[in-house]
Write a protein that binds this ligand. Structure first.
Ligand SMILES: O=C(CO)[C@H](O)[C@H](O)COP(=O)(O)O
Length: 210
């Protein structure tokens, strides 16, 4: 089980500083959508240059022009690129094809997908690398999470890795680990803590014991 640190509300120097603190306890560092909007793919490039041994995920949440956007993120150094599960099949297939060409991976974000099981099955058949249930900030604000959704996709996904994101904290991690996703994505649960290093360390330990 891998741990991904999501960085959403920082600039490039702040992002690099946070990763320096937790580097040894995480597997993947995510350049979040707001960071890409503010700083562009330069943020991906800077992170990969600063931490060549970490996998870098570019959270582009692609909806169209998928092959082109995967190519640009790959050129910037991203190892994993996100596309939305709600995108057209043509876009998903374009993303997978380009990622394969570039030696990169595609993570599908299932945010706002209503028929989770049905769409996860289709995406799995299209050869995506990860399928991720996700409760975004706007639904977290009204008390929602994706813990049950994780089991829903685990029941149908046969080839892709499964992932979960959205408001996961140290005190809710056990519930997530029980369902055995391949990847756990944590943003505020680490970046919002005074001691980020020890929080990441404890999370990684729980996942290893899981
Ligand atoms: O993609 C995102 C928001 O759209 C976040 O990166 C993801 O939700 C993880 O962050 P947090 O743990 O703070 O919810």
């Amino acid at each position: 089980m891998e741990l991904q640190l999501a960085l959403d509300l920082v600039n490039i120097p702040e992002a690099i500083q946070v990763v320096k603190e937790v580097e040894e306890h995480i597997d993947i560092v995510e350049i979040g959508t707001p960071v890409v909007i503010n700083e562009g793919l330069q943020a991906v490039k800077a992170m990969k240059e600063a931490f060549p041994n970490l996998k870098v995920l570019a959270d582009l949440k692609i909806m169209d022009a998928a092959g082109y956007e995967v190519m640009k993120a790959s050129e910037a150094g991203a190892d994993i690129i996100t596309i939305l599960g709600a995108a057209e099949d043509m876009s998903i297939k374009g993303a997978v094809e380009e990622a394969k060409k570039q030696g990169k991976k595609i993570l599908v974000d299932m945010i706002a997908v209503k028929d989770l099981a049905g769409r996860a099955k289709e995406l799995d058949a299209m050869g995506v690398d990860y399928i991720c249930v996700h409760t975004g900030y706007d639904l977290q604000a009204v008390g929602k999470n994706s813990f049950e959704d994780l089991q829903t996709i685990k029941n149908v996904v046969k080839n892709a890795k499964t992932a979960i994101a959205g408001g996961i904290k140290l005190d809710t991690l056990a519930e997530v680990v029980k369902v055995q996703p391949d990847l756990v994505i944590v943003g505020g649960g680490i970046t919002g803590q005074d001691d980020k290093k020890s929080t990441a360390e404890k999370m990684k330990q729980m996942m290893q014991q899981g």
